[in-house]
Design a protein around this ligand. Structure first.
Ligand SMILES: [Zn+2]
Length: 493
């Protein structure tokens, strides 16, 4: 079991949507949420909850990984006898990665067999562990993934941006802002962050016998047994058309002609509801707005399958059902060659055309899958095209809102933008693996109101209280990290 899961995790590198590990630069993280740190067992860094791994085994793996990966801070020096890239070659590979992004990098290296993963990881300062000697090259993909993820979040804070005044100035001046969003911008609407623990979805998954909640979004699992996804889909199906003040803030940026692109990880499609134009929006993980047949690829509006999703029933493709029925009709004709085609037709509509037969037609038809991106599935190509060929050179400010930046490719944007582009972070919890220029920790809905107040913009939204007093204080030991808390108006009447 565990082996299979690992194999699948390793296989993910061949695909697009992957979760990256926290690379744990700097401070020893004691944040509970940073469980994907490099010293734990799961190299592909999901929330590792299965306790049934033999303790000893887990311990051994842990120490092996620690030996191989180091802590990412000190450069690994390879001995001349080791099969490793030279310092210059390694630098070239890392530069290539930053130039073309992870997917194209993999295309040009391990995917076309130009270089072995075992050697390529040395370009990222990772030494192939001895115990893996003789293993298939794909076994090293998990390491490569970690190395790439670590590399792409490396960025040094720009020292000139620290104060609230700096933020106001940035918002004023910037004309091409990239906004990167995650689940945090929708949680105030009651949409659960299904990646976080303690949500209903998680416990439901446990009762389905899934050790890793992400298996629900694993294409292999979906193809094997779509009922798993369909049994929980109603919990992640958008249930509201409302959008949050944060959505409204992003629309305000668009209205002011300052929004270059919003890259969102969310699949709730609320950006569209808020008025973000299609040409300004990249839904990195797709959305429920459309659904496609896994067999014939026919695409339909998402609403078409909502009734089935809500009922927990696997939706089948109408076009396929028709095709299967027609194929059977043709086969029937063949069999009855010589007789008139009408005989079959009559028969088809006669009492004998049993429910069983129809049932077969439906079962043979392709399953409908919402166009949200599963693990093991290519991301829409528009993501990299847009980022690398259009946005990268234009962007003059990055604002990250409500995402812990653990999931590629969104997490990659940080490292793919020119390092001199200022980056602002807004979320409830800080991230330790990326260094932003200015952090705002608090409710993102409140923070955006405060930002607008700083710049003198009016942000209107029904959820914004008439009087919102936000206390913005510097976090201890930081000069650009602000803790934002609501100060409830105490005086009454
Ligand atoms: Zn179909």
């Amino acid at each position: 079991m565990a082996t299979n899961r690992h194999a699948r995790k390793s296989a993910r590198i061949l695909n697009e949507a992957v979760e990256i590990p926290a690379s744990d630069q700097g401070s020893g993280s004691d944040d509970e949420e940073e469980e994907g740190s490099l010293t734990v067992e799961a190299p592909a860094s999901d929330d590792d909850e299965d306790e049934d791994d033999e303790e000893g085994e887990a311990w051994e793996t842990e120490s092996f990984f620690r030996d191989a990966l180091g802590d990412g801070s000190a450069p690994v020096v390879f001995e001349p006898h080791e099969d490793a890239f030279s310092v210059e070659e390694a630098a070239d590979f890392r530069a290539l990665l930053r130039r073309v992004g992870e997917q194209r990098f993999l295309d040009q290296t391990v995917r076309n067999n130009a270089v072995k993963a075992k050697k390529l990881i040395t370009a990222f300062g990772i030494r192939p562990p001895e115990f893996m000697e003789g293993a298939d090259d794909t076994a090293y993909y998990a390491f490569l993934q970690i190395g790439i993820a670590r590399e792409l979040v490396k960025r040094n804070k720009l020292p000139q941006y620290n104060t609230l005044k700096d933020v106001a100035k940035l918002l004023h001046q910037s004309k091409n802002i990239i906004v990167l969003t995650g689940a945090g911008i929708s949680t105030s609407l009651g949409i659960p962050d299904f990646r976080s623990k303690g949500t209903g979805l998680y416990s439901r998954l446990a009762s389905l016998g899934l050790s890793d909640p992400q298996e629900v979004f694993d294409l292999g699992v979906f193809n094997d047994d779509p009922t798993i996804f369909y049994s929980v889909a109603k919990d992640i199906l958008p249930t509201t058309d409302k959008f949050s003040p944060t959505h409204a803030f992003i629309e305000l940026l668009q209205h002011k002609g300052k929004l270059l692109t919003q890259y969102t990880q969310n699949i709730d499609n609320l950006e569209t509801r808020a008025g973000i134009r299609p040409d300004k929006l990249i839904q990195c993980h797709g959305s429920f707005a459309t659904a496609s047949c896994v067999k014939c690829k026919r695409r339909v509006p998402g609403e078409t399958i909502f009734p089935d999703l809500r009922a927990g029933k696997v939706a089948r493709c109408d076009a396929c059902i028709k095709t299967v029925a027609e194929a059977k009709k043709a086969a029937g004709k063949k069999r009855k060659r010589g007789k008139s085609g009408d005989t079959w037709r009559k028969k088809r509509y006669s009492e004998d055309s049993s429910a069983e037969e129809e049932e077969f037609e439906i079962r043979e038809a392709g399953v409908m899958k919402p166009d949200i991106t599963f693990f093991g599935e290519m991301l829409p190509d528009t993501f990299y095209k847009r980022l690398l060929e259009l946005d990268r050179d234009k962007c003059d400010l990055l604002i990250c809102i409500g995402t812990s930046l653990k999931v590629a490719p969104v997490s990659e944007i940080i490292g793919l933008l020119p390092p001199d582009v200022p980056q602002i972070y807004i979320s409830k919890t800080p991230v330790t693996h990326v260094e932003f220029d200015i952090d705002f920790l608090g409710s993102c809905d409140d923070v955006v109101v405060e930002l607008c107040r700083l710049v003198g913009w009016e942000l209107k939204h029904e959820m914004i209280p008439e009087v919102l007093k936000l206390e913005t204080v510097l976090a201890e030991g930081f000069k650009s990290r602000y803790i934002c808390t609501r100060r409830e108006p105490k005086e009454s009447s």
